[in-house]
Design a protein around this ligand. Structure first.
Ligand code: ADP
Length: 190
């Protein structure tokens, strides 16, 4: 199974590159941000609780996102592989993911990180906010909070995969196709 974690701060381009990867390799895209936004638009209890946190740029509790991912893994038993986008976002989530995948005998092959500096991220997110309709993209204060959450809680997840020799990082600034080619070279070398 081709199980990959696409890693990087908000606005690094994970969603864009995920789309290209699923097209080329026939993988299933699991974005916890998208799953949470779908809960919000359906007006579920989980969505209502998550929205309060997301609108402030704060992470939602680990057990909530782990539960969603576990459910999606069970619902896609015949998948060729998964792209995890926006998950794991904490070390506890990474540990839980390893356990979920161990029970399926289909470990994470690697984590690919997209490197983009904070100034560029803020610009990209504000630009995206103009037409994404996402409240968390529209407000510079919320954007900075998301980048801070990333640096505090999510950046350490890289160490988790480095310790397993599964971490690769690439430059996330350049054209979409250039970056895709680099990601694909990394995948080919796994
Ligand atoms: P971004 O562009 O900021 O990476 P996402 O769409 O991945 O956006 O996530 C939006 C918000 O959803 C996050 O700011 C956070 O509140 C919540 N979220 C998404 N994934 C997770 C996760 N794995 N753990 C906790 N919170 C999450």
């Amino acid at each position: 199974m081709l199980n990959l974690v696409l890693f990087g701060p908000p606005g690094a381009g994970k969603g864009t590159q995920s789309q290209k990867l699923i097209e080329k390799h026939g993988l299933i895209h699991l974005s916890t941000g998208d799953l949470l936004r779908s809960e919000i638009s359906q007006g579920t209890e989980l969505g209502l609780e998550a929205k309060k946190l997301m609108d402030h740029g704060t992470l939602v509790p680990d057990e909530v996102v782990i539960g969603m991912i576990s459910h999606k893994l069970d619902a896609n038993k015949d998948a060729k592989g998964f792209i995890f986008d926006g998950f794991p976002r904490t070390v506890a989530q990474a540990e839980a993911l390893d356990q979920l995948l161990a029970s399926k005998n289909a470990p994470i092959l690697g984590m690919i990180a997209l490197e983009v500096n904070d100034d560029e991220l803020e610009q990209r997110l504000l630009l995206r906010g103009k037409d994404s309709g996402r409240p968390d993209d529209a407000n510079p204060e919320v954007i900075r909070k998301r980048i801070k959450e990333y640096n505090d809680k999510t950046a350490p997840v890289a160490g988790f995969y480095k310790a397993q020799n599964k971490f690769k990082s690439i430059n996330g600034i350049g054209s979409i196709n250039e970056i895709f080619d680099e990601i694909d070279d990394v995948i080919a070398a796994y």
